[in-house]
Design a protein around this ligand. Structure first.
Ligand code: C2E
Ligand code: MG
Ligand code: MG
Length: 940
């Protein structure tokens, strides 16, 4: 590239030096010509001057010869000469001499007298102002004037000026013929002007020759110049043509020559009618245009506008026009172009043609369309925006530069009122307390170049308050300075209302209207973080025994009671005693800054009194448990609440109507810790780890009629790693609370089914096993399905499975439980009510129960030992069970006396240590074998 430009540069400079050389040679040639001409003229001048001079000398000498020296000798050079005939004769001769048209102006005779040259006479008449009287001294005489006197030779003077003018004189010495002495000098004067005029006249032909010569020379030069100019012009034309060709072919715009509505194919245009770009834009070959008119390939929608302009153009009303129009491509698609129509003038006989220039603007149009679309959707968006969009300065007033129409709806002010703070600034609309925080938030956001998001209140034109959400961002210039802020302000009053409601629901118990457990967490955590929780305590109030009333009076009744209790407890609230409804039927007071234990006790007594008023009539009790937290930080509120819940439940006496008050102590704490340990182990087992720690024992059930082992009750055992054997009464409760009873229950059922199969293998096909089922298991939707699936998989006859349900199960939901039992019964399972008689008696509804068996609780069997058996109700239970078609099993039979009584009163089966303790599988099998083998009478 550098090389090219260097070469180009050297070509240009060579051209320039060539031009300069040519110019200087022309100048030199002209100068030489002019010098030659000048020289020629100069020589001619000199020649003519010589001729004229010699003519003048010849004239003067011939005139002098006319004079007679003897006359001249007579002249004295005084006034006396005037009358002398010689004077008169000579005077007349001279005067006559000058009368003719003579270039000689003066003729005179001079002589030397006393060292001065004087005039003897002249050719002037005496009345002429130029007349010189005889004897007049020639004052202006110079050396040249003296020359003829001295040398005796004729002298031609140069032009000299005297009092009569400027002259060229010829001075001829007049000699005495005898002595050859100069006696006088005859002079004739030519006017220098006439002299020169005569010379110039002679020069005229020479001037003409020179002029012609010069004319020829210049004509020649001009011809030469013209030739080189023409040469240059043709070179330039060739270059221009090449340039035009390449521009035409490579131009990024389409060019076509048209006549009227047709494309021109004139041979004179030499394929310069349509350029490749034109073909490319319209996706047609040059030859395609021969048979079509531009109106044929104009997109119909754009044709009329084009034709309107074209008609004006043809009429000469406009010189040309530009239009954005679409052309149709051969495939039916269209291309957007920017078309310029202009006249193609300057070509003779082709003035009716015009030029059509097109530029493909499809991409640009697409962008325009997209932009339009985005503008349209922006305006749709803005008009439907539940608020307003803005652009404002980052100043104290948030001076608005743009505000969308939504402003009126949002603020009650017209958009224009806010523009440039015309009527009000946006800052004034913001509720004062939010102005500074909002500004600070913007400062932070702009510093970090983050998106802005802030909720605050504004005051509308009619004085109302609205919650708004502002989302925006800073617009930065290239120096990173904030130019403006842009964003939207949305009306979120409705959302705020819902949010407030949600907040209310999330923090309150809807029924009692009290704060809930979540709120207690928040308050507690906030206090912990701020260190406000000085001397804090939790006071748990458990009314969980209230559920017993549900059975009797229905759910609504107890709920109303809870509401009353809540109201009563709420009365005791103060700044430092806040009340929360933390669990079902349980309340918690969060106490702050109390003085001492005594204060807490007094408080507990007060709430006990207020509760007593409500609960005593219902004959149910409550339990109040106090836990002092102190000031220690980082306490687990969830754990604390659980502890207080457990503690208050533990102190609950479900049978009496007392309201116990207890302080959380180490014992309770230990129990809670033990429960946690057990539940952790159960979790492990449920997850399939250490499953062997949960194992089954089987307590035999004796059929009193056949005196054989009718079956067993499966009783689960937990062998804890750290705590040893744990009674089911303890860990089943925990499993129920934690819902772990569901996976564990399945493990139990599977173990029992396996044992049943083992019995079957041993030939004890009719032996049944009772499985204890928790209410939580029973109420699961998939309980029946799962159970059936397991029995099917293990090929167990459902008749050999007795499901034991404790009587208390019915307390929660009688109808639902009964429905489930009906289905189970239908499937062949046997249903037994366990611990019959201990829970709230459902004897009245016994008839409706879908069961097969009643298991009389050990309590009634034990009673047989205390009271007169005849007065015992145990026999009543047996006969009632029989009446209802159920068989009856007595539990906890330990003595012969009890067995005898049961036998006497027709009890069907018995279970108890007297018959056998719970045994592992092998021992149970051994027992059944032994009893089958032994004479039954021998057994008892
Ligand atoms: P339950 O179903 O009423 O079981 C009878 C309980 O009385 C068993 O206690 C048994 O060992 C005990 N027992 C039987 N005969 C006598 C006797 O003559 N004298 C005395 N003093 N006690 C006797 P265990 O095994 O401690 O079970 C306690 C309770 O745990 C069971 O009461 C049952 O409600 C529950 N339970 C046991 N195993 C399971 C189980 O697999 N699933 C469920 N959900 N509960 C179970
Ligand atoms: Mg049982
Ligand atoms: Mg029982």
């Amino acid at each position: 590239m550098a090389f090219l430009s260097l070469e180009k540069g050297s070509i240009v400079s060579a051209d320039r030096s060539k031009l300069e050389l040519k110019r200087s040679s022309i100048v030199i040639f002209t100068a030489v010509t002019l010098v030659l001409c000048g020289l020629y003229l100069h020589l001619s001048w000199n020649r003519y001057e010589d001729i004229v001079s010699s003519e003048a000398v010849m004239l003067a000498e011939s005139l002098e010869s006319l004079l007679h020296p003897e006359h001249i000798v007579e002249l004295s050079g005084t006034d006396q000469d005037l009358d002398k005939p010689e004077y008169i004769t000579i005077k007349h001769t001279l005067m006559r001499l000058l009368e003719n048209e003579n270039p000689v102006r003066f003729a005179y005779l001079m002589a030397e007298r006393d060292g001065k040259i004087i005039f003897l006479l002249d050719s002037e008449p005496p009345d002429s102002p130029d007349y010189s009287p005889p004897g007049q001294i020639y004052e202006e005489a110079d050396d040249l004037s003296w020359e003829p006197f001295k040398s005796g030779k004729t002298v031609l003077t140069a032009a000299s000026t005297d009092r009569w003018g400027t002259w060229i004189s010829v001075l001829v010495p007049v000699k005495d013929q005898a002595s050859e002495n100069v006696i006088a000098v005859f002079g004739i004067d030519y006017s220098a002007q006439d002299w020169n005029l005569r010379l110039w006249r002679r020069m005229v032909p020479d001037f003409i020759i020179v002029l012609f010569f010069l004319l020829i020379v210049f004509a020649l030069l001009r011809v030469l110049n013209q030739r080189s100019f023409l040469k240059k012009l043709s070179e330039k034309l060739a270059l221009e043509e090449a340039l035009y060709h390449s521009i035409f072919d490579q131009a990024p715009i389409g060019i076509a020559v048209l006549r009227d509505k047709s494309f021109v194919f004139h041979p004179e245009l030499e394929n310069m009618n349509i350029n490749p770009k034109f073909e490319q834009i319209l996706a047609r070959k040059s030859s395609d245009f021969e048979n079509i008119k531009w109106t044929d390939i104009t997109y119909p929608d754009d044709l009329q506008a084009d034709l309107d302009q074209f008609v004006k153009f043809q009429r000469g009303e406009i010189k040309g026009y530009s239009i954005e129009k679409r052309f149709l491509k051969p495939d039916g698609s269209s291309v957007w172009t920017n078309m310029r129509i202009s006249p193609l003038s300057g070509i003779p006989h082709m003035n009716d043609m015009h030029l059509c220039l097109i530029e493909d603007i499809s991409a640009h149009k697409q962008v325009e369309l997209t932009l339009k679309e985005s503008e349209r959707s922006k305006s749709v968006l803005l008009s439907h925006l539940p608020g307003m969009a803005y652009r404002c300065k980052n100043d104290r007033e948030w001076t608005m530069q743009y505000v969308s129409d939504g402003c009126l709806n949002l603020t009650g002010y017209q958009a224009k009122s806010l523009l440039s703070n015309k009527d009000i600034s946006y800052n004034e609309i913001i509720t004062p307390k939010y102005r500074e925080p909002l500004r600070k938030e913007w400062e932070v956001v702009l510093a970090q170049k983050r998106l802005f998001r802030y909720e605050y209140e504004i005051e509308t034109a009619d004085g109302n308050h609205k919650w708004v959400l502002e989302m925006g961002q800073g617009i930065f210039n290239e120096h990173g300075e904030v130019d403006a802020l842009e964003g939207i302000v949305l009306d979120i009053s409705d959302k705020k209302k819902v949010e407030d409601q949600l907040k209310y629901f999330s923090e309150h118990d809807v029924w009692t209207g009290l704060y809930n457990r979540r709120r207690l967490y928040d308050v507690f955590r906030a206090d912990q973080e701020s260190g406000n929780a000085r001397n804090a305590a939790l006071v748990g109030v458990s009314l969980s025994s209230i559920h017993l009333l549900s059975l009797r009076y229905g759910f609504q009744y107890t709920q109303e009671l809870i509401k009353s209790a809540a109201a009563a407890l709420h009365q005791q609230c103060s700044d430092n005693y806040q009340l929360f409804y933390t669990y079902e039927n349980r309340f918690t007071f969060y106490v702050r800054s109390y003085n001492d234990k005594k204060e807490l006790l007094t408080f507990c007594e007060t709430i006990a009194t207020s509760l007593e008023f409500i609960l005593s009539a219902e004959r149910i009790g409550a339990s109040i448990s106090v836990m002092e937290i102190g000031v220690s930080k980082n306490l687990d509120i969830e754990q604390l609440l659980k502890n207080i819940l457990v503690a208050s439940d533990k102190g609950l006496d479900t049978t009496g109507s007392d309201i116990g008050i207890s302080f959380f102590n180490d014992e309770i704490h230990k129990q809670i810790l033990r429960e946690e340990k057990i539940s952790r182990e159960l979790i492990q087992i449920a997850a399939g780890n250490n499953v062997e720690r949960l194992f089954m024992q089987y307590q035999p059930i004796l059929d009193l009629k056949s005196k054989r082992i009718a079956g067993f009750e499966a009783l689960v055992r937990l062998n804890s790693k750290t705590m040893g054997l744990i009674a089911p009464a303890e860990f089943i409760t925990i499993a129920e609370k934690t819902k772990l009873i569901i996976p564990l229950g399945n493990l139990i059922i599977l173990q029992v089914l396996n044992f049943l199969n083992r019995l079957k293998e041993e030939g004890y096909n009719s032996t049944s096993i009772a499985i204890n089922i928790s209410v939580i298991q029973l109420l699961r939707d998939d309980f029946i399905k799962n159970l059936l699936q397991m029995t099917n998989e293990k090929h167990i006859n459902t008749n050999s499975v007795i499901l034991e349900i404790t009587e208390s199960v019915f307390a929660s939901s009688f109808i639902e439980v009964n429905k489930i039992l009906a289905k189970l019964k239908e499937l062949g399972f046997l249903i037994a009510i366990d611990d019959f008689g201990t829970e709230y008696s459902s004897l009245s509804r016994e008839r409706e129960l879908n069961i097969n068996c009643i298991k009389i609780d050990k309590y009634f069997v034990d009673k047989l030992l205390e009271v007169d058996p005849e007065r015992s109700i145990t026999s009543d239970i047996i006969s009632m069970g029989h009446k209802l078609g159920h068989f009856v099993i007595a539990e906890g039979v330990e003595t012969e006396m009890q067995l005898q009584y049961l036998k006497d009163h027709g009890c069907d089966k018995v279970q108890g240590y007297l018959i056998g303790k719970p045994l592992d599988e092998d021992a149970a099998l051994a027992l059944i074998r032994q009893i089958a083998y032994t004479n039954t009478d021998g057994l008892r």
